[in-house]
Design a protein around this ligand. Structure first.
Ligand SMILES: NC(=O)c1ccc[n+]([C@@H]2O[C@H](COP(=O)([O-])OP(=O)(O)OC[C@H]3O[C@@H](n4cnc5c(N)ncnc54)[C@H](OP(=O)(O)O)[C@@H]3O)[C@@H](O)[C@H]2O)c1
Length: 325
């Protein structure tokens, strides 16, 4: 094997802390496989790990998601073979690498319909959409929902999937180009939250009623507007912090705004078992078969991960992006 390389951080901080270094892989555990990566997912959570918002052990290697070819099997691995193309998105960190050892029960096969060079763009985001709209708040045909950052990596997948399920989608975004792309992917009502008042617009669109659920991965800057966009007994699914972490909230606020519910889910808790992981992936791949398109037109060399982080933080990426080893 060529010398493995990866993006390591020795401290938390801005993109200066990202270093492309040679790695020494540990010996392969009996239940692990060695994967040579073909594409690596770029996710906002990578930024939280780099900055320390979600602290990781240091020195540490970033990356939660990748797709690649199996090069070696641990002695107890049975249902996989060398040469298989597999992916993972909930198997611990270390995906910003050329090669990685991963637990065999946390990987799944990638369908031929998704090229391996782009597949890492959509696993973490696709399975996130699955649990958000099918299990965390199971949407029902005919409902109207608000989904923030609709032209982002998660957002464009969610938008198309919600349309497949017969939902009216209200999406937020910050530029005219992103608004056009959201509409082209089925978004029924685009709110420009850079200059429009979100709750006021949602109330206009819903004849004063509000929506039964808001999916909010933006966090700090949208949190109050999300609460104010809900109908009584509505659910705020606060699943991310792209604009910064949400501060504290008292239970009385939920009462005053309409006996609201608030949940703060993470993918790991929804694909904790092998069975959940496989079912979630199968459900997502079925949505792809049903016409859901990836928007992965942006790619970076793995060693240029710093540029990828800068672009993601600066809101320059539309849809999904990958790092290529
Ligand atoms: N809890 C979970 O299980 C889970 C799993 C996956 C992802 N997530 C979360 O889902 C969110 C989306 O993830 P992603 O990887 O698909 O990222 P993304 O949506 O491609 O990028 C984040 C988007 O957020 C919007 N945004 C609003 N304010 C921002 C600010 N101040 N700085 C940067 N971006 C801002 C931008 O879109 P506009 O320009 O249109 O505003 C930006 O493009 C993230 O918060 C991520 O952590 C959570």
């Amino acid at each position: 094997m060529n010398t493995p390389y990866g993006i390591q951080i020795a401290q938390f901080g801005n993109t200066d802390v990202l270093h492309y270094v040679p790695l020494r892989l540990p010996s392969l555990a009996p239940q692990e496989i060695c994967i040579k990566h073909i594409s690596i997912g770029l996710n906002f959570i990578d930024i939280y790990h780099r900055s320390g918002l979600y602290p990781i052990a240091l020195p540490g290697i970033l990356g939660a998601e990748a797709v690649g070819e199996i090069k070696e099997l641990g002695t107890q691995v049975r249902n996989l073979k060398v040469g298989d193309i597999v992916g993972y998105c909930s198997a611990g960190l270390g995906a910003y690498t050329t090669h990685h050892h991963v637990a065999a029960n946390r990987v799944f096969a990638i369908p031929d319909s998704i090229p391996a060079s782009k597949a890492a763009a959509c696993l973490l985001k696709g399975l996130t959409c699955e649990y958000l709209i099918r299990r965390c708040f199971p949407v029902e045909t005919g409902q109207t929902v608000l989904f923030h950052a609709i032209a982002g990596g998660v957002g464009l997948i969610a938008c198309q999937w919600l349309k497949q399920l017969g939902i009216t989608v209200i999406g937020t975004t910050s530029t005219a180009d992103k608004a056009d792309i959201a509409r082209a992917n089925g978004c029924d009502h685009v709110i420009r939250y850079d200059y429009e008042d979100v709750a006021t617009r949602v109330k206009e669109i819903t004849d004063g009623v509000g929506v039964p659920v808001v999916f909010d991965g933006v966090g700090q800057s949208t949190f109050n507007a999300s609460l104010d966009s809900l109908q009584p007994r509505g659910v705020l699914v606060s699943f991310g912090n792209a604009s910064g972490a949400v501060g504290s909230i008292t239970p009385g606020t939920l009462a005053a705004k309409g006996s609201l519910y608030l949940t703060r889910p993470t993918l790991g808790h929804y694909v904790a078992t092998s069975q959940e992981l496989r079912t979630s992936a199968a459900d997502f791949f079925a949505a792809v078969d049903n016409g859901l398109k990836l928007h992965c037109n942006t790619h970076y060399a793995l060693k240029d991960a710093a540029q990828a982080h800068r672009d993601l933080e600066a809101r320059k990426i539309i849809g999904q992006a990958v790092l290529l080893p």
